[in-house]
Write a protein that binds this ligand. Structure first.
Ligand SMILES: Nc1ncnc2c1ncn2[C@@H]1O[C@H](COP(=O)(O)OP(=O)(O)OP(=O)(O)O)[C@@H](O)[C@H]1O
Length: 297
């Protein structure tokens, strides 16, 4: 359990204020019961895919992520949970540099993938995003055929030399995404004509098609009905054998169903990381307990 330390966030804000000469909003009162950079539970892993150390992210003068350190294990499924605006998506998007397109966004700290710096100037970001794929909240297929949606990535990454190889990648990816039976007779149909759940599984197939090592999922089921959600959750269980999966979810039931570990975020801090069962049955931090018992969020 963390101790109360009201001086920490106030001190940092004063320094930022002097440096930038821009008024910085004061942190909220709850911020004073989370010690900066201190996470309870088990934030580290024995076989890490990602090693993330002292990560801070700002949008202009607003700090969205505050000195977070976390490992994400190889072939682990980890859920990020926490109240709206606590920084889950911001942190997720650092893992494949999706924040690069936001001019005011600044990422500090050390972010390593398989021991190599994600933010190194030498890093090929296109290759990074093939290794660390992403599935978004709202299914976003291209306005092209089902086949072309899945074939697009392998084509631009030169993964297939012949049409037969491309056909094989498309079929395998659709099979892994649990969509082959529904899609095989309509591969030339436009993808946007599919149901929402089918479109989301198509987006998963599209991510799988470039042979990623990691799949980031930002509230992948929030636009889906319970049946489509159940299909995607089954898929996550199947995919966890081959990929590292990081999922942001507002559904504590979903986090409990799909993940090995759960990370609880609060006001840009990483408060607690533990085995999922532990987080939901005997959380170590008072803020985690308040959240899972529905006292806020
Ligand atoms: N593009 C942006 N420009 C400026 N501020 C941003 C931007 N994106 C996010 N933020 C701010 O960063 C903070 C964290 O937002 P983020 O979306 O990461 O939280 P979240 O936990 O994923 O929220 P939600 O659960 O509502 O999706 C919020 O205060 C948000 O307003």
């Amino acid at each position: 359990m963390n101790t109360i330390n009201p001086s920490i966030s106030t001190g940092v804000n004063m320094r930022d204020k002097q440096a930038a000469e821009i008024p910085v909003p004061q942190d909220k009162p709850e911020d004073t019961i989370i010690e900066e950079g201190k996470t309870v539970g088990k934030p580290f892993a024995s076989d890490p895919k990602f090693q993330l150390r002292n990560v801070s992210v700002s949008y202009g003068s607003d700090r969205a992520i505050k000195d977070i350190s976390l490992d994400i294990g190889r072939n682990e499924v980890i859920s990020f949970i926490g109240p709206s605006g606590c920084g889950k998506s911001t942190f997720l998007r650092c893992l494949n540099r999706m924040n690069d397109s936001i001019d005011i966004c600044r990422v500090k700290g050390q972010l390593m993938l398989d021991g190599e710096d994600i933010y190194s100037p030498k890093r090929d970001v296109v290759e990074l995003r093939a290794r660390v794929g992403m599935v978004f909240q709202k299914p976003n297929p291209f306005p092209k055929s089902i086949y072309d949606n899945v074939a697009y990535g392998p084509k631009i990454h030169g993964l297939a030399n012949r049409k037969s190889e491309l056909d094989e990648i498309v079929e395998n990816s659709l099979r892994k995404a649990g969509l082959w039976e529904e899609a095989k007779d309509r591969l030339d149909s436009v993808a946007t004509g599919m149901s929402g759940g089918q479109q989301q599984r198509l987006c998963i197939a599209r991510a799988i098609a470039v042979s990623p090592e990691v799949i980031l999922m930002d509230e992948p089921c929030s636009a889906l009905d319970p049946i489509a959600t159940a299909r995607v959750e089954e898929l996550i269980a199947d995919m966890s054998k081959s990929y590292t999966i990081v999922i942001v979810t507002h559904s504590m039931q979903q986090a409990a169903r799909v993940s090995n570990r759960t990370a609880y975020f609060h006001l840009g801090h990483l408060v607690e990381v533990n085995e999922t069962n532990k987080v939901f049955t005997s959380p170590e931090h008072q803020l985690t307990e308040s959240y899972i018992t529905g006292r806020f969020g």
